[in-house]
Ligand binder design. Structure first.
Ligand code: CA
Length: 228
């Protein structure tokens, strides 16, 4: 699924280049020229990743990053810092406050894309376009298709997202709240039992190829995807 990437950059030409590059890579760029603008936009959409320029008018990028990382509501959002300064001390400072990566200007779009992909893979694997395969079950985010032993399975859009999330984080137990947060988004009001309903539908769809047992219920805790 495409990632919403917030670009906070005050130089219009660089911002333009970044937005174009992100669109071409299949993401949704959200553009801000300052921290103030970024904060307004974040009330509408929680980004999946932030590309943040270091030197900005008003509040600096590093100060904004520090604030985001100390707020429970935003600390999980990965941040890639952009800077014109390639000094090692800046890199250390950036990573110390919790930025996930660091790119020095001028950068090649290819390099930035590789960094974005690496950060998303590490922090939000369901945001990458890589197909996932496990025990004969295969999910392809690009074609939006799920196959079980080469048979196409019929999944609704929510079941697809749910399976994508679970397969991206295998062998881990996810509480209903975590699933709601990652699959539905935490600003949507959905009851916990909605998760159960969609898990049931997902299992039903997987019975066609006999993969339903990969979706396991962990009593009193939540759900787990397991190939074992
Ligand atoms: Ca700047």
């Amino acid at each position: 699924m495409p990632a919403n990437i917030l670009v906070v950059e005050d130089e219009p030409a660089i911002q333009e280049l970044l937005a174009l590059n992100l669109s071409q890579a299949g993401h949704n760029p959200i553009r801000a020229l300052s921290v103030e603008q970024a904060q307004l936009l974040m009330r509408e959409t929680q980004p999946d990743l932030i590309i943040l320029d270091w030197m900005l008018p008003g509040m600096s990028g590093i100060e904004f990053a520090r604030r985001l990382k100390s707020d429970d509501y935003t600390k999980a959002i990965p941040i890639i810092m952009l800077t014109a300064r390639g000094e090692e001390i800046d890199k250390v400072r950036g990573l110390e406050i919790g930025a996930d990566d660091y790119v020095t200007k001028p950068f090649s779009p290819r390099e930035l894309n590789a960094r974005i992909k690496a950060v998303l893979r590490r922090r939000a694997p369901q945001m990458t376009d890589d197909p996932i395969e496990s025990g004969g079950l295969r999910l392809d985010p690009v074609t939006h298709r799920v196959t079980g032993n080469d048979t196409t399975l019929d999944l609704g859009p929510t079941e697809f997202k749910l399976l994508h999330y679970l397969m991206s984080n295998p062998e881990r137990v996810h509480s209903r709240a975590q699933v709601l947060d990652r699959v539905w988004g935490d600003r949507v009001f959905v009851e916990d039992r909605t998760v159960d309903v969609h898990i049931r539908r997902l299992r039903q769809a997987l019975t066609v190829s006999g993969h339903e047992e990969m979706i396991q219920t962990v009593r009193g805790v939540g759900y787990r995807f397991s190939a074992k």
